[in-house]
Every structure is written in C-alpha cells, then in structure tokens.
Design a binder for this molecule. Structure first.
Ligand code: SME
Length: 155
C-alpha cells in the first residue's frame, strides 16, 4: 500500500507543500517531508532543511536532507543567524565572500536562507546550500517564500 504522500519532482513546489502538511501532526514530521520536497525540487541543491528559533532567539537544527550539519547557530551568526536579524531572504552567490559564513560542507559554494515569519517574528529559517556558485536567484526566493508562508501555519 502506498502511504499517499507527494514524492519526487512536482510542477508546483508551494502547492505540493500545501497539500503535504497536516497541522494535526507534529512539526518535526511536517518539516521532515517538506525538507525532502524542497531538496528534490530546487535544482542543484546539496543540502536543504530547517533551523528553528528557540526561546533565546538562537537557532537549532531541524529536519533536513544532506550531510550532517551544525546543530546550533546563535542570533546574528552565519547566513542563518543573519537572516534572523534582518527578517529577509538572503541570497549568497558565493559563500566564501560572506563574512562569518558557517561552512558545513567544504563543497558548498552558494546558499539561500528564507525566514518563516509568524506574527512578525521569525520562528524558523529554510536553508539551502549548493555546490554550484550562484545557484539561487530571485525566482528561487519567490517560490521558497511561498513555501515559508504556507509553513508559518504550522508554528
Ligand atoms: N551555512 C549556514 C550554516 C548551516 S549549513 O549551511 C547547513 C550559515 O552560515 O548559517
């Protein structure tokens, strides 16, 4: 029996996320499947996942696809912690030029981080890495921001 979830490549990532989530189930379960949907549908992505804001306004590692990653990022540190400060999507065409970038993989060359905002507060960020330079642009930001709006409902 098939478990009935959306898998693989989809025509519309935001819609796939919308139909995948189930608010009655735990956040970790929802984000786990969403990390895979994002990983499979944003091309050339080597790592995709979530960092969740804790009660000290720092970030802890959530569900992801890819290599093991740093488990805790303080407010203002790295690309993810910077996203928390500015509450805006950050596109990094070349991570080696981003001051304070936290390298989880030496192969990573570009990154995008999108805030998930609930009641004007960042509650988590979506983080994607690529081994290619310049992998993310305004189009990737647009679709991932749609995903972030949908996921804000889970918090
Ligand atoms: N590069 C991130 C750290 C997380 S890993 O990319 C998974 C940063 O600078 O915040």
């Amino acid at each position: 029996m098939h478990c009935g979830v959306i898998q693989g490549k989809v025509d519309n990532l935001a819609l796939a996320v919308k139909f995948s989530i189930n608010k009655e189930l735990p956040l970790v379960s929802n984000l786990a499947n969403c990390s895979k949907l994002i990983f499979d549908n944003i091309p050339n992505t080597s790592w995709a996942g979530f960092y969740i804001v804790d009660d000290k306004n720092n970030l802890f590692l959530g569900p992801f696809q890819g290599d093991t990653a740093t488990m805790y990022i303080e407010y203002g540190m790295g690309v993810c912690g910077t996203c928390l400060v500015y509450k805006k999507t950050i596109i990094v065409p070349n991570v080696h030029e981003f001051p304070g970038h936290i390298a989880c993989s030496s192969l990573s060359n570009s990154e995008i981080v999108i805030p998930i905002i609930k009641n004007d507060k960042v509650v988590a960020v979506i983080d994607l890495d690529s081994n290619r330079y310049n992998n993310y642009n305004d189009d990737s930001a647009k679709v991932l921001e749609e995903v972030a709006v949908i996921l804000s409902d889970l918090f």
